[in-house]
Design a protein around this ligand. Structure first.
Ligand code: NAD
Length: 481
């Protein structure tokens, strides 16, 4: 069976413990590879390698850093098929999605920051004739990057790329549930000639490897994407050590549909925003609010189109939904569907595990599920489910739609559907979220600030915000007379 290895100091190595964790293929429900069960010893070795590499890497010119990152980006593109298949096997997502979204975006992340760093400048503040200030921005040192399983290589590289572009060295941990493409990335980094110690990837459990990175006194910065509870734990440990923190956490995003929207366009996109990646994208719109005058029309069409979405073999181009990521996650999602029933919800379609034939008979498949008849403040509408499950609710006024939209502890993304420009601006202005999409979803310009408010996180990724985060500003003030 294939054994994944840690990538430390430029080499692929076994974990100090020499023990491994089972890695499942969620579409067939079987172990197909082994993940290093690393611990604080491996984190210590990786951190030492990063510290040793830092003087060299932070003094390497931006041009040189850029060149090696562009090479990594090219190699990701060159290995598109292999990486997409690996991501699909590891995560359960359709290969078609990995091939058009996950892997191209991983290449784009490296490309974007390889070029972005060349344009990164700092400020100067003139005090007329008395003094001039300029701000130096220097890399922080060793950055800890911890990422989740839903968009494995996409989110892993979204952290690593700005960190190393800015001149930091990195100790990174991908999710233990989906480690494969991070491992393949380490091979590509070696091939690209990334100097040893610049990027170190330590595989293993969150409570061992993630916790050791978070608590390590020589890692002054943590960039984390994952669940809100884990984010709170990381903040609790990191705060007394005064670490820089970027936390991208959970969501329960509203999708507000007004009667004056472009109906066909809205239905097509709402199918994606509800069920893409089996609903396991932090940006999916899981609470759909529809203006009452088109509620029945919406409901009928949305249910009709959802029933057409094929759940099946992730490798088949016809499958719109693959498997959810793990057995325990499938059970969690199904338990939320039960909760919705108990809370008085009506299941309009889905609501069950899908049992496929043959090699997929033990896979973790769930039918896309639409639920109506719930109050906006019940648990089903307040807690993150993170699966192919959405609720639909009618509303009468803008104020009511906003009340529902803003009622959760989360505030990551939101979608507004209306052809009325003034209304779109008005609603966008009043939604408590870091991201508002109007008449679209998941349209991403990597220069824009990305992140959430309330329990959805602290800080922003993307564009120069990430380069700001991965550098330390120092103001120099010079008296002119
Ligand atoms: P998770 O919090 O369980 O795990 C995320 C990562 O943290 C994993 O690598 C895990 O091993 C590690 N970890 C676990 N315990 C840790 C600890 N004590 N210390 C340090 N690290 C630890 O999240 P998940 O289940 O992998 O991902 C799903 C969650 O991620 C959802 O809540 C989703 O909304 C969120 N998410 C948010 C964004 C965003 O951009 N805001 C993007 C994707 C996913």
């Amino acid at each position: 069976m294939q054994k994944i290895k840690n990538y430390i100091n430029g080499e692929l190595v076994e974990p100090a413990s020499k023990t491994y964790i089972d890695n499942y293929n969620p579409a067939i429900g079987k172990v197909y590879s082994l993940i290093p069960d690393s611990d604080e010893k491996d984190v210590e070795i990786a951190t030492k390698a990063a510290i040793d590499a830092f003087p060299m890497w932070s003094n390497t010119s931006k041009d040189e850093r850029s060149k090696v990152m562009l090479k990594i980006s090219e190699l990701i593109e060159k290995n598109l098929d292999r990486l997409a298949i690996a991501e699909s096997i590891d995560n359960g997502k359709p290969v078609s999605l990995a091939k058009t979204v996950d892997i191209p975006r991983a290449a784009a992340n490296f490309h974007f920051y390889a070029t972005g760093i060349l344009h990164f400048a700092s400020e100067s503040h003139s005090m007329e004739n008395s003094a001039i200030n300029y701000t130096l921005r220097t890399p922080v040192g060793v950055a800890g990057c911890i990422s989740p399983w839903n968009l494995p290589l996409y989110l892993f590289t979204w952290k690593i790329a700005p960190a190393i572009a800015a001149g930091n060295c990195v100790v990174a941990k991908p999710s233990e549930i989906t480690p494969m493409t991070a491992y393949l990335l380490s091979e590509l980094c070696i091939e690209a000639g990334l100097p040893k110690g610049v990027l170190n990837i330590v595989h293993g459990y969150g409570h061992k490897v993630g916790a050791a990175i978070t608590a390590h006194p020589k890692i002054p910065l943590i960039s984390f994407t994952g669940g809100t509870k884990t984010g709170a734990e990381i903040a609790r440990v990191a705060a007394p050590m005064f670490k820089k923190l970027s936390l991208e956490l959970g969501g329960k995003n509203p999708n507000i549909i007004f009667a004056d929207c472009d109906f066909d366009k809205m239905i097509k996109t709402t199918l994606h925003s509800s069920f893409a990646n089996q609903g396991q994208i932090c940006l999916c719109g899981s609470r759909i609010m529809v203006e009452r005058s088109i509620y029945e029309k919406f409901k009928n069409k949305f249910v009709e189109e959802t029933k057409k979405l094929k759940v099946g073999n992730p490798a088949s181009p016809e499958s719109k939904l693959g498997a959810v990521v793990s057995k325990s996650h499938m059970e969690k999602i199904l338990s939320y569907i039960d909760l919705a029933r108990q809370e008085g919800g009506t299941i309009l379609c889905g609501g069950n595990q899908v049992k496929l034939e043959g090699e997929f008979s033990e896979g973790y498949f769930i039918a896309p599920t639409i639920i109506e008849g719930l109050t906006y403040d019940c648990r089903t509408n307040q807690e993150e489910i993170f699966g192919p499950v959405v609720t639909i609710m009618p509303f009468d006024t803008e104020a009511e739609a906003l009340l529902y939209a803003n009622s959760t502890q989360y505030g990551l993304a939101s979608v507004v559907w209306t052809e009325n420009l003034t209304k779109a601006h008005r609603i966008a202005n009043q939604i408590h979220a870091g991201i508002v999409w109007v008449n679209c979803w998941l349209v991403r310009d990597l220069r824009t600030p990305f992140g959430g408010v309330k329990s959805s996180g602290v800080g922003r990724e993307g564009g120069f915000e990430a380069l700001d985060f991965f550098t330390e500003p120092k103001n120099v003030c010079i008296k002119l007379n």
